[in-house]
Write a protein that binds this ligand. Structure first.
Ligand code: S3P
Ligand code: PEP
Length: 431
């Protein structure tokens, strides 16, 4: 276990950061690169532990992938039929996205594929993808029909499906799109709520076609994609730590450059606006994945109510909204967020437990939180703990800056899952 002394606030956060590449888009760029004809190059790729798991999995499947400090080059296999039989189980580490999307992408291979993961990933539900994939003809034997480790058995045929997703999940939707591309006939999906659409956008960018109307998606079977040059925007889920820090650490002003602004991901900005936050967006670029610079300064926030409709657009940022709510005036109620219980940790539990150590007035509910704001957070007496969850670790680092605290963080290395340069970026804003 790595325990570190958390960075302390001196005189607010100041300066400009280039935010590392988006995790969801980085994973998908390797996947589409692998099934395309020819070469794909990816700039501003996120070299974090999770994305490296996706690269390792495709290398084990015989895909040639080269990396430099900021770029990935993938020599595509030209479809789904040229992968090699991996000689070991695919180790998905901590990555839910790699696991669930690859189950769909690899559901029609002529050999068995085993998948394993770390302790946290091995507790996270897979029946949400296993059940619809089985209806399509995939043969998956998983522990308790739900958990890693699993075997994806050799299978040469997938049938189409007409499926209403029972959970709002971009991972489930994406797994079914990737399987639907390999089915006999078109697949129809209906989302519970609209979730991030990076798979749909990238499929089109690689020359494929998909029909989308609101929550309805039609996937036509196709396997001819052309290698592309992809430039990954900054990850708004990583920027979010510095957005909330910029708002809540007194005397701060930060500029976050080229942050992805896909409307299915900007729920954090809408929620903070409703809390009264003012920020400026400039230098907007209008690629299929739009991006822009975000400028934030410290200011007073007000409480907010978030419901199930709000959650998909900010699902990974709810821990940060909870932290911001401790600083806002009034009582914040977050409901419809039960998906947080099946992330890297039960984030409703870990957020509540850890923020209480710093004096927050926060109570958990089965599907969210009630937070009475206006609390002066204090240094935690006992060490804070990420519980092995990257987003909890970084949220606590921001909480400690807001508190002007001298706290310690256990399991700090979890941060490498999505933001390996996080500590350098904090230091840069303090210099
Ligand atoms: O599709 C993706 O890249 C992701 C979807 C979300 O998960 P769910 O699909 O489980 O909501 C999100 O929490 C995760 O960090 C990344
Ligand atoms: C939930 C997350 O990722 P994944 O599901 O890919 O593990 C996350 O990054 O917060």
């Amino acid at each position: 276990m790595t325990t570190i002394a958390l960075p302390q606030n001196n005189n607010g956060l100041h300066g400009t950061l280039s935010i590392p590449g988006d995790k969801s888009i980085s994973h998908r760029s390797v996947m589409f690169g692998a099934i395309s004809e020819g070469r794909t190059t990816v700039d501003h790729f996120l070299f974090s532990d999770d994305c490296l798991r996706t690269i390792a999995a495709f290398r084990a499947l015989g895909v040639k992938i080269e990396t430099t400090s900021d770029q990935v080059t993938i020599e595509g296999k030209g479809g789904f039929d040229q992968f090699e039989n991996p000689d070991q189980p695919l180790d998905m580490g901590n990555s839910g996205t790699s696991t669930r999307l690859l189950l769909g992408l690899l559901a029609r291979q002529p050999f068995d594929i085993e998948m394993v993961g770390d302790a946290s990933l091995s507790r996270r539900p897979l029946n949400r993808v296993i059940e619809p994939l089985a209806q399509m003809g995939a043969q998956i034997s998983a522990r308790d029909n739900n958990l890693l480790p699993l075997t994806l058995h050799a299978n040469r045929r997938l049938q189409e499906i007409d499926y209403q997703l029972p959970v709002a999940s971009a991972q489930v939707k994406s797994a079914l799109i990737l399987a639907g591309l390999q089915a006999d006939q078109p697949t129809q999906l209906t989302e519970k709520l609209i979730t991030r659409d990076h798979t749909e956008k990238m499929l089109q960018q690689f020359g494929g076609s998909i029909q989308q109307e609101g929550k309805h998606i039609k996937v036509t079977p196709q396997s001819e994609f052309q290698g592309q040059h992809i430039s990954v925007p900054g990850d708004i889920s990583s920027a979010a730590f510095f957005i909330v820090a910029g708002l809540c650490v007194p005397n701060s002003k930060v500029v976050l450059q080229q942050v992805g602004l896909n409307p299915t991901r900007t729920g954090i900005l809408s929620a903070l606006s409703k809390m009264g936050a003012q920020f400026e967006i400039s230098n907007e670029t209008a690629a299929s994945e739009p991006a822009g610079d975000i400028t934030i300064h410290s200011q007073q926030l007000q409480a907010i109510n978030l419901t199930d409709q709000d959650i998909p657009g900010l699902v990974d940022e709810v821990p940060l909204i909870a932290l911001a709510a401790t600083q806002a005036t009034g009582t914040t109620v977050i409901s419809g967020a039960e998906e947080l219980r099946v992330k890297e940790t039960d984030r409703i539990e870990t957020v509540t437990e850890e923020l209480k150590k710093m004096g927050a007035d926060i109570e958990q509910r089965p599907d969210g939180f009630v937070i009475n704001g206006g609390t002066k957070l204090h240094s935690a007496v006992e060490p804070l703990d990420s519980h092995g969850d990257h987003r909890i670790g970084m949220m606590l680092a921001v909480a400690n800056l807001i508190a002007g605290g001298t706290g310690q963080l256990q399991h700090a290395d979890a941060i490498n899952i999505s933001y390996p340069t996080f500590w350098q970026d904090v230091a840069q804003l303090q210099s």
